[in-house]
Design a protein around this ligand. Sequence first.
Ligand SMILES: C[S@@+](CC[C@H](N)C(=O)[O-])C[C@H]1O[C@@H](n2cnc3c(N)ncnc32)[C@H](O)[C@@H]1O
Length: 271
Amino acid sequence: MINGELLPIIRPSDDAGLVYVGGIEEDGMILEGSVNSPATGETYKIKNGYLDLLKARTGAHNVANLTNFLPGAGRAYEPLWRVRSLSLLTGEHFPIERELEIITGLVRPVSGGRYLDLGCSAGLYTRSLATEPVDAVGIDISPSMLKEAARRARDIGAKPSFIRASAMKLPFAGATFTGAVCGGSLNEFADPSLVLRETRRVLERGGRLAIMGILRTGTPRGRRLQRLLSTGGVRFLDPDELRSLLDHAGFEPDPLQRYGPIFFAGATRRA
Ligand SMILES: C[S@@+](CC[C@H](N)C(=O)[O-])C[C@H]1O[C@@H](n2cnc3c(N)ncnc32)[C@H](O)[C@@H]1O
């Protein structure tokens, strides 16, 4: 589903926004149907709960990206991994509620604002944002994840928008978001520095960014595991690299919050 008010700012290529062609609409949300780019003549479908801007392209750059396309990946992701991921990785009791409280505290949602979830998977952060009086938008490249994200949002009566698009080429006009969040995806993006530069472009001046991710570990066992995961395309940053990436992309980073190998980074878009 997609909020019809977003259409004028959605730019699949560097052209003007999209227009609604037809389908099923409810309270300003397009549940199913088609939209069109008057600039290119291209039509895009809204189906299975999301607007698909990638069509036949996968948007994937590595094996890690492709694992999110496996049948059942979306359904299994939150119950099998996500709800316990931070407890397993930090070795302390780290429920989802605590994580969401930290992310919300870092992004500081402003009533009436528009917020972007980068690499939203099954939509954990998008749903959390959608409980605030804001417009929440989740993007991901995986159809399986987006379908599940839309299903989970529907189940709680939340109305975020979901778009299949790459975070490395955000399909939005500049300075159109109040803030952005990113849970674990920075480790999976093929070019995290490009994603951060794109995020800066779409954020308004002073816009906030909140990221949760996994740092490069120092333990021999952790290093072996991270080396193995790196062969599939997952990358692990150290705190200095992360600060430098944020700085070069045009963000003023807050002090990093660390819980074992997990970090929470807040940052403000510089003018
Ligand atoms: C670690 S998961 C994200 C978890 C999710 N943010 C959460 O908090 O539950 C990484 C996600 O990033 C997505 N992804 C990878 N590369 C992407 C890209 N270039 N653009 C958008 N999404 C991408 C994957 O499909 C996957 O769903």
